[in-house]
Design a protein around this ligand. Structure first.
Ligand SMILES: C[S@@+](CC[C@H](N)C(=O)[O-])C[C@H]1O[C@@H](n2cnc3c(N)ncnc32)[C@H](O)[C@@H]1O
Length: 309
C-alpha cells in the first residue's frame, strides 16, 4: 500500500500545471452499471451478501479497516464510501502536522463521518473528534467501529457524534424550509435534530474540519473531468463557505478527476487575501483514489515530506 506523496502539488500555479499534465483518467474496462441500489442502509458484513460486482468490495475489506475481522460493521452504501485506512491515516497525520506546535487540545470534525474510516484515524492524532452525519445507521457504524480501535471509556470524552443534515446550515435558507426528501427517509436526521446539532456547533471553533462528501455514487468516474458542482449536498463553494463558519482550515477528499480550474476559482473567491490551497493525489496499491485538498492558514507552511505513516 502506498500514498503518492511525490505527486503532491502546492499552490495555484502547480494546480494549473497538474491540469495540463498528469490527470489522465483510467476508466477500468470492467466498470459496469450493475450496482444494485437496493438495501443501501442494510448492514453488509457477511461474505455471502457480496455477490456480482460487490465481491470486489469484500475482497478489499482489510484495506478499509485493518481490524475488519474484529467486528467492523458497514451499510451497503458505506462499502462504496469509506476512505481506505492508509489514506485516512495519512490525512490525519498531515492535518496533525499542521498543528504540531499548538499547545491547547486539538479539535477536529469529520463533517461526513460515514462508517468512521477517517474518524478512527483522527482519534489517533487529535484530542477531540466530532463526527457528523445525516444517517443514524452510519453514526452507529462509526461508534461501533471506533470501539474496535479504542476503549469505550476513552471515547465517551473524546468522540462526539451528531446527527445533522448539512442542508439546514445554509445561512441563505428560508427559515421555514424543510428538506422533504430527507424528512421522509427513515433513519435520516430530521430538521429538529439538525437544528439541535447546529446549536451545539455554533459554540465551537474547530482547528480543522475534514470532509469526504458524497460524490454522487460510483458513476462519478464516467465524468471525464468531475464537475465539483455535483458534490452533495452542496456545490464546492457552498460546502466550503458552510464549513468555514466553524473553522479556518478545511480539508476535503474529492474525486481524482476533479476539475482543478474550479478548485482554483473557488480558492481565489473564498480566500482573496491568500489564494492558496494544496492538492495531494492519494493512491492505494499504486492506483489513484482521490484528491486530498487543503485550504487555510494552517496548511500554508507545512512540509509534507514530514508526514510519517
Ligand atoms: C463518502 S461518505 C463518508 C465516509 C467516511 N469518510 C468514512 O471513511 O467512513 C459520505 C457520508 O455523508 C453522509 N451525508 C450525505 N448527505 C449528507 C448531508 N446532507 N448532511 C450530512 N451528512 C450527509 C452520508 O450519510 C455518508 O455517510
Amino acid at each position: 500500500m502506498s500514498i503518492c506523496k511525490e505527486n503532491a502539488v502546492a499552490g495555484v500555479d502547480a494546480v494549473v500545471e497538474n491540469t495540463n499534465g498528469d490527470t489522465k483518467l483510467q476508466v477500468p474496462n470492467s466498470f459496469d452499471n450493475h450496482y444494485d441500489n437496493n438495501d443501501m442502509n442494510e448492514i453488509f458484513n457477511e461474505e455471502h451478501q457480496f455477490t456480482g460486482i460487490m465481491k470486489k468490495y469484500w475482497n478489499q475489506r482489510h484495506d478499509l479497516f485493518s481490524k475488519y475481522d474484529e467486528g467492523v460493521i458497514l451499510t451497503k452504501e458505506l462499502w462504496f464510501s469509506v476512505t481506505p485506512e492508509i489514506i485516512s491515516k495519512y490525512t490525519a497525520k498531515l492535518i496533525e502536522l499542521a498543528f504540531r506546535d499548538k499547545k491547547d487540545p486539538l479539535y477536529v470534525m469529520d463533517a461526513f463521518a460515514g462508517g468512521g474510516g477517517n474518524v478512527n484515524q483522527f482519534l489517533e492524532c487529535f484530542d477531540v473528534v466530532f463526527g457528523v452525519d445525516i444517517n443514524h445507521t452510519h453514526l452507529e457504524c462509526t461508534e461501533k467501529n471506533a470501539r474496535i480501535y479504542f476503549p469505550k471509556e476513552q471515547l465517551s470524552s473524546r468522540l462526539k457524534l451528531l446527527p445533522l443534515n448539512w442542508v439546514y446550515s445554509d445561512p441563505s435558507l428560508p427559515e421555514d424550509f424543510v428538506d422533504e426528501q430527507a424528512e421522509s427517509t427513515e433513519g435520516y436526521s430530521t430538521k429538529r435534530e439538525s437544528l439541535e446539532s447546529l446549536e451545539i456547533l455554533h459554540h465551537m471553533k474547530f482547528d480543522c474540519i475534514f470532509g469526504s462528501p458524497p460524490w454522487g455514487g460510483p458513476e462519478y468516474i464516467n465524468e471525464k473531468i468531475y464537475d465539483l458542482n455535483h458534490l452533495l449536498p452542496f456545490t464546492l463553494p457552498k460546502l466550503l463557505s458552510v464549513l468555514l463558519q466553524y473553522t479556518d482550515n478545511v480539508a476535503l477528499f474529492l474525486p481524482k478527476n476533479s476539475n482543478l480550474y474550479q478548485l482554483q476559482r473557488v480558492t481565489t473567491m473564498l480566500f482573496p487575501d491568500k489564494s492558496y490551497h494544496r492538492v495531494l493525489k492519494t493512491c492505494l496499491h499504486g492506483r489513484p483514489k482521490g484528491l486530498l485538498v487543503c485550504w487555510g492558514p494552517a496548511f500554508v507552511n507545512i512540509d509534507i515530506s514530514k508526514v510519517e505513516l
